[in-house]
Structures are given as structure tokens and as C-alpha cells.
Write a protein that binds this ligand. Structure first.
Ligand SMILES: C[S@@+](CC[C@H](N)C(=O)[O-])C[C@H]1O[C@@H](n2cnc3c(N)ncnc32)[C@H](O)[C@@H]1O
Length: 316
């Protein structure tokens, strides 16, 4: 299948990353290289881009689509949580900007054959890196009803999680759940008929929850935020595009903590921890795509962009 994905808020991202000739950037979620292409254009023949993706198929495509920029980029098949190790392999520790464009590409959703979509009948895999971790099939067929309900409630913010988990467990007693369409139908049956015709498909939140769990997406984001700003030069920028409230909340909260510095309880009369602000937040509110972009690319509709800058050595 041909690679398909329309990059979201490209101009805004190039602006917030402050891309200019000769700078060095990391695209931690390279996908098909849409954003990488725009960054490489902006940094010119003296700049350098390091692209990372955990999906081998996407990387193969990005390698081809970026070939005109050789030798100004390198691609790593890896998890963005390993950024410090990857930089040290390149004999460096810091870059001028990092981008994460979280979630799935259109290719993964519609063309990878890995069961990400409830509209397609495919094996229930859902791993972005098919060489790593447990499949969705393994999770839905082995977790206890309680763990399934908890997972669907937490990662899917699905209020009918308990009913859905119960239905999954009842159904797998007859036969193992092996395909995406089979799972979508089971979830649908768990929803009362009058609530099945909402704005979104009844299986949307459950599929999101299982995908997040399979790929440990929130954990990866937390671990990345632990190290990301240490990988930036002073005044280096971090941009994160997220597509659901769970990710956006993690980014928002972490940016706030790092921008505040002091971690003393609010009732302390004065600071005793001595921690200084490490970053300045560039987006008071998340930046959203305009109507025109959403009309052309409906996948952009839930996107939220947050950006922050690492403070110089002398602090704020
Ligand atoms: C929305 S797509 C990125 C599309 C890309 N910006 C473009 O313009 O083509 C998200 C990509 O991030 C990758 N990804 C998600 N989590 C990752 C992680 N923890 N480490 C590395 N890549 C990851 C996915 O495999 C997917 O290819």
C-alpha cells in the first residue's frame, strides 16, 4: 500500500521551532517525512535533521521521500524515548529543536493491515513496531475483566468501559477475538442501541484505549519529557502535537512544572527547594488548526500544538 499522510500545521511548526539555515533538529515521529521535509527545506544545506520512528514501514517511505536532502539527515528505527542514546551515537548531546507529532499516521490507520481501524477486517495487532511488545489480540484475550475495564476507562475515557469489558470477556469464552471488525462488533453490541448512533463510532474510544496500551504511548511520552529539554541547546525549542486530551494534559502539566521551577508546597512561606525555571512556555493556550486546514485534512481536527523553549544558562 502506498504511504498516505497529510502533515498537520506545518507552517506553525516550522515557525515555533524557529527553523533557520544551519540549525540541527530532531523529528521524533518521522512518519512519512511530511514535517521533516518542511524542516529540511528551512534549514538548508548547512542544517541537519535526525528522524526517528518506531515503525519500519514508515521509515522506508520517509527515506525515499527525503532523498533530495541527502546527506543532511539520518534516520533511526527506534523509540523517541531513546533520544539521548541516539544523539550520543552521533557524537553529540544537544540540538536546536525537537518535534513530536503523536499518534498514528493515515498510513498506519488505513494501509498497514495491523488492525488499527474499526472499519477494516484485519488481524488485531495494533503495534506501531511489530517487533516489540504484546499485540492487541493478546491483551483483549488475556486481561481480566477488571483490568480490561480499567484500561478502557483510563486510556479511552469511555464511560461504558465496564459493560464493554464484560461483553469482551463473555464473547471470548466462545471463541478468541482475532480481528478488528470482530472486536468493533462486540463493542457495538455492548452499547445500548439508542446510543449507537452518536457523532463518533461506538468503538472509537475502546480502540484508542487498546492502541495506547499496546504501544505504551503515555508512558513513552512521560519518559521522553524526562529527558527532552536536556537534549536542547539553550533557546532550543520543543514542539508537541497531540490528538487527544490524555496526551495534551501530560504535555501541559509537564511544561507548567518545568516553567515554574520551585516544587515547594504552596503553603511554604519561602522556597527551600532552590529549583529554577528550566523552560519558557511559548503557547499560553494550545494552537489549533484553522478551519481551512481541517476542511482539507479532517485528521487535523483534534490537533493541539504546544511549544516551549529551553531557557539560557542565566535563567529567566
Ligand atoms: C502522526 S504520525 C507522524 C507523521 C509525520 N509527522 C509526517 O509528517 O509524516 C506519528 C508517527 O509517530 C510514530 N511514533 C509514535 N510513537 C513513537 C515512539 N514512541 N517512538 C518513535 N516513533 C513513534 C508512529 O509510528 C508514526 O509513524
Amino acid at each position: 500500500m502506498q504511504y498516505r499522510h497529510v502533515p498537520v500545521m506545518v507552517n506553525e511548526i516550522v515557525d515555533y521551532l524557529d527553523c533557520s539555515p544551519g540549525k540541527t533538529y530532531v523529528d521524533g515521529t518521522l512518519g512519512g517525512g511530511g514535517h521533516a521535509n518542511a524542516i529540511l527545506e528551512a534549514i538548508g544545506s548547512e542544517g541537519f535533521l535526525l528522524g526517528i520512528d518506531r515503525d519500519q514501514d514508515s521509515i522506508a517511505h520517509a527515506g525515499k521521500s527525503l532523498c533530495q536532502f541527502k546527506p543532511n539527515f539520518r534516520i533511526f528505527h527506534d523509540n523517541f524515548t531513546h533520544l539521548p542514546q541516539i544523539l550520543s551515537e552521533l557524537h553529540t548531546t544537544k540540538v536546536d529543536g525537537i518535534l513530536l507529532d503523536l499518534g498514528l499516521s493515515l498510513y498506519q490507520l488505513e494501509g498497514s493491515g495491523r488492525g488499527f481501524s474499526f472499519m477494516r477486517d484485519e488481524p488485531l495487532d495494533m503495534r506501531m513496531n511489530p517487533e516489540e511488545g504484546l499485540t492487541a489480540e493478546s491483551l483483549v484475550n488475556t486481561l481480566s475483566e477488571r483490568d480490561l475495564a480499567d484500561l478502557i476507562a483510563r486510556h479511552g475515557e469511555e464511560r461504558r468501559a465496564a459493560r464493554i469489558a464484560k461483553r469482551i470477556v463473555a464473547s471470548r469464552r466462545h471463541a478468541a477475538i482475532r480481528s478488528s471488525l470482530q472486536l468493533a462488533e462486540i463493542v457495538k453490541q455492548a452499547i445500548p442501541p439508542r446510543h449507537r448512533r452518536g457523532r463518533i463510532h461506538p468503538a472509537t474510544r475502546t480502540f484508542q484505549a487498546i492502541r495506547i496500551a499496546v504501544n505504551q504511548e503515555l508512558d513513552c511520552l512521560e519518559r521522553f519529557l524526562d529527558v527532552a529539554f536536556d537534549c536542547l541547546n539553550p533557546e532550543g525549542r520543543l514542539c508537541i502535537l497531540s490528538f487527544h486530551s490524555l496526551e495534551d494534559r501530560i504535555v501541559k502539566d509537564r511544561f507548567k512544572t518545568l516553567a515554574r521551577g520551585c516544587t515547594c508546597p504552596p503553603d511554604f512561606p519561602k522556597c527551600v527547594c532552590g529549583k529554577l525555571p528550566q523552560i519558557s512556555i511559548l503557547t499560553k493556550r494550545p494552537v489549533r488548526p484553522g478551519h481551512a486546514e481541517v476542511r482539507i485534512n479532517p485528521m487535523a481536527r483534534s490537533a493541539k500544538l504546544r511549544a516551549a523553549e529551553r531557557l539560557g544558562e542565566e535563567g529567566p
